[in-house]
Design a protein around this ligand. Structure first.
Ligand code: AMP
Length: 418
């Protein structure tokens, strides 16, 4: 299938061509025709599937006719980075049209946003808080909104935006098209969907499983050796662009600083940085000024860097959903990527949950020729590691936990093979 088959305006097709897409991704194939028919859509799609174009292209088709300089499309997204990415996609696809898009989010002055609103735009891509602020102050007229997009709705709920979202929905015309995207469907999201979507068509792509093109591996390691292992790993694999995740802002900042001292071209991306610094880090990573970005989960939402070759979970994510989102940063749109996760013994339960999500065991690896000292990696994430973990005692001298029956499948493969 190609994009011509959607009967989109030739200016939009020219925009698609200019960004280099030749074939629609599965979610684009499914969602674009439905959205063009003005139907509500519930899109269950992980990040990296091409969902932005799946809604942006049919929306631009709607905007190719009708009134201008009034807000006809409102996209609500959880983070500034994702808002910028969506805005950029609209801008790229509409470069041969007269459509205007803008972003609204906090952490930056209101002046520019107010000016753009005064001048008139058709598309607003907003984070909930600042949108409500500007509305409350009388700067935004939402009475002409024809399409509402809620992107990464599950993440917005995680971040506590649900009440804000309900408030925003009350400000919109009841007669509208609603496009709702979420990677997961927890209870509160399901309720929101029932409340705000009208006979939606469900489009489901690889429900919450991370991109198929990614190779996953676990590196068992004690906490205190993580940095040392990372440096050894970077020594050996100094190619491509590497996104490293840490659990806290503090750890992201410190790790970036340590890597910088080792002469790596690295930037941190974490919530305590100003918007300008964050944007500089993302732009620098995208254009190759930095090879490594050390980020926290929330700060990294919406990073769109197509060449990321490795995601390294320096710290285990807190939830399976966070794993999906982190890994969604590599192997995007059919490119291959590697996802390495450093696992300390306490991470065993989370490893099991991730394996359940992936529906297969994750390969355990150790870095060749690396001195692990007296650490025995086989027992680190004991209940899911090699058959030998049943026999070898762990660090406390006790036999490792018995593996569950379902892990019998793992025996086919050596845990450290590659
Ligand atoms: P998204 O899921 O919208 O964040 O898109 C993930 C990545 O895939 C982005 O880098 C897009 O530019 C890219 N992408 C989306 N659709 C296509 C397509 N049809 N062909 C090639 N790349 C695409």
């Amino acid at each position: 299938m190609n994009f011509q088959e959607f009967s989109l305006d030739s200016r939009i097709l020219a925009g698609v061509k200019s960004v280099g897409y030749t074939e629609p991704t599965p979610i684009q194939e499914q969602a674009i025709p439905v959205i063009l028919q003005d139907k509500d859509v519930l899109g269950l799609a992980q990040t990296g599937t091409g969902k932005t174009a799946a809604f942006a292209l049919p929306i631009l088709q709607r905007l190719s006719a009708g009134p201008m300089r009034r807000i006809r499309v409102l996209v609500v997204a959880p983070t500034r980075e994702l808002a910028e990415q969506i805005h950029q996609a609209f801008t790229d696809f509409s470069r041969h049209m007269k459509v205007r898009s803008m972003t609204i989010y906090g952490g930056v002055g209101k002046g520019t946003q107010m000016k753009q609103l005064r001048q008139g735009v058709e598309i607003v891509v907003a984070c909930p808080g600042r949108l409500l602020d500007l509305y409350g102050e009388g700067y935004i007229d939402l009475s002409s909104v024809e399409v509402l997009v809620l992107d990464e709705a599950d993440r917005m709920c995680d971040m506590g935006f649900l009440p804000d979202i309900r408030r925003i929905i009350k400000l919109l015309p009841a007669e509208r098209q609603t496009l709702f995207f979420s990677a997961t469907m927890p209870q509160d999201i399901r309720k929101l969907v029932n409340d705000i979507l009208n006979n939606p068509v469900t489009v489901q792509i690889g429900m919450i499983a991370p991109a198929q093109t990614v190779d996953h591996a676990i590196y068992p390691i004690p906490q205190k050796m993580k940095k040392h292992l990372l440096l050894a790993m970077l020594e050996r694999e100094r190619t491509g662009q590497i996104l490293i995740f840490t659990r806290t802002k503090y750890r992201a900042r410190n790790l970036a600083r340590d890597l910088e001292r080792q002469k790596y071209r690295v930037a941190a991306l974490q919530g305590n940085m100003s918007q300008n610094k964050r944007q500089a880090a993302i732009t620098g990573f995208r254009n190759g000024k930095y090879d490594i970005l050390v980020a926290t989960d929330i700060a990294a939402r919406g990073i769109d860097v197509t060449n990321i070759t490795h995601v390294i979970n320096f710290d285990m994510p807190d939830t399976v959903d966070a794993y999906t989102h982190r890994i969604g940063r590599t192997g995007r749109a059919d490119r291959a990527g590697d996802a390495y996760t450093f696992a300390v013994p306490d991470d065993a339960a989370m490893v099991r949950q991730i394996e359940r999500l992936l529906k297969h065991p994750i390969e355990r690896k150790r870095l060749p020729d690396y001195d692990y000292g007296d650490f025995v990696p086989e027992t680190a994430v004991n209940s899911v590691s090699s058959p030998s973990s049943q026999r070898k005692p762990n660090k406390n001298g006790r036999p490792a936990n018995k593996r569950r029956k379902r892990n019998g499948r793992q025996r086919r493969r050596s845990p450290y093979s590659r």
